[in-house]
Design a protein around this ligand. Structure first.
Ligand SMILES: Nc1nc2c(ncn2[C@@H]2O[C@H](COP(=O)(O)OP(=O)(O)OP(=O)(O)O)[C@@H](O)[C@H]2O)c(=O)[nH]1
Length: 313
């Protein structure tokens, strides 16, 4: 659909890109499709991405370091404001920004809000290019996709526009090419094989958070914080030589009613959350894991700067 600039002119390019877009726009899924391995956390629920997670695309001609930001959104609470500061901080540090808009939803006030923020930021920055990415192309007809591309075109001043489907792979390579074309010439920033520079504890916390949010339909995403208290190796490995770890994690909610939701009847839900998260943590750390989950109530933590600081925000 788009005219792709050849990603290389024989010179190696390296740099940073980040995706912005309203919640559920498909940023994490696209990051994963580009990197080829699950590093960011996706779920059907909005705003699951709290931390800046980098995935790295290694190519013969380039290295693209992806910074996955939380969804840019209107601040509702102090936490929302902090997330937006984090997003803005990230935007000023990258070489190219990918603005994700889903193909299956009409351009709305949320998208316009982000487009305005990007335009405002563009005035303070030295013209960091923004590539508009129309995601989830597999969900709509060609006709609808063409209409969406026109609507997105009219929304701002984009360096490129690319439709993509992270699910069926349509144009994923083109997205990589276009982003790479905006990177500066330079040598690789990370060693091959490094997929993420997120500390293990953050990834463990996100695996627990993802499992704890699965299937709960109320406001929990905004009211659940996960803190890894400790990861302690056992002196003795398992009988088959696999290392063993004790992992202690606290889940913070705001209200007793939310605590009850997380724990479930007779603790059944928390047990499921634990075994689901444990599988992911064992795969991540390459060890057998004893996962100890505790659910605690931290009243109104979203509005309390001291609590936020304690929880790592
Ligand atoms: N059909 C289809 N679904 C997609 C595609 N990309 C993402 N999705 C789905 O859309 C939902 C949201 O995707 P995410 O990647 O978590 O969205 P996000 O923008 O990172 O969301 P936040 O973390 O809330 O900001 C998930 O259910 C994905 O499976 C796509 O290309 N095609």
């Amino acid at each position: 659909m788009t005219e792709t600039t050849p990603a290389t002119d024989g010179e190696f390019r390296a740099g940073f890109a980040c995706f912005v877009g309203r919640p559920n726009a498909g940023k994490s899924t696209l990051t994963n499709a580009l990197v080829g391995q699950k590093v960011a956390i996706t779920s059907g629920r909005p705003q699951t991405t709290r931390h800046t997670i980098r995935g790295i695309v290694h190519r013969d001609d380039a290295q693209l370091v992806l910074v996955d930001t939380p969804g840019l959104h209107r601040p509702r609470t102090l936490l929302g404001e902090r997330l937006n500061d984090l997003v803005k901080g990230t935007l000023t540090e990258v070489d190219v920004v990918g603005f994700c808009l889903p193909a299956d939803q009409k351009v709305g006030p949320g998208d316009r809000f982000i487009a305005d923020q990007l335009a405002e930021l563009a005035r303070d920055r030295r013209g960091t290019p923004v590539v508009a990415i129309v995601t989830k192309a597999d969900l709509v007809s060609r006709q609808r996709l063409a209409e969406q591309l026109l609507a997105v075109q009219a929304l701002g001043d984009w360096a490129d526009i690319v439709p993509v489907s992270a699910v069926d792979g349509y144009q994923v390579e083109v997205v990589a090419d276009v982003l790479v074309s905006h990177l500066p010439v330079g040598s690789a920033l990370y060693l091959e094989g490094e997929l993420t520079d997120e500390p293990e504890e953050v990834m463990v916390a996100e695996l627990v958070r993802e499992a704890a949010l699965e299937g709960v339909r109320d406001e929990l995403p905004h009211s659940l914080a996960v803190v890894v208290e400790e990861i302690v190796p056992r002196d003795q490995p398992a009988a088959d030589g696999t290392p063993m770890l004790d992992v202690r994690v606290n889940l913070y909610v705001e209200r007793d009613s939310q605590k009850a939701i997380v724990i479930g009847r007779g603790g059944a839900r928390l047990r499921d959350v634990g075994s689901e998260a444990r599988r992911g943590i064992e795969a991540l750390l390459g060890a057998r894991v004893y996962l100890d989950l505790h659910v605690k109530v931290a009243k109104d933590w979203q509005r309390d700067p001291k609590q936020l600081g304690k929880l790592g925000f």
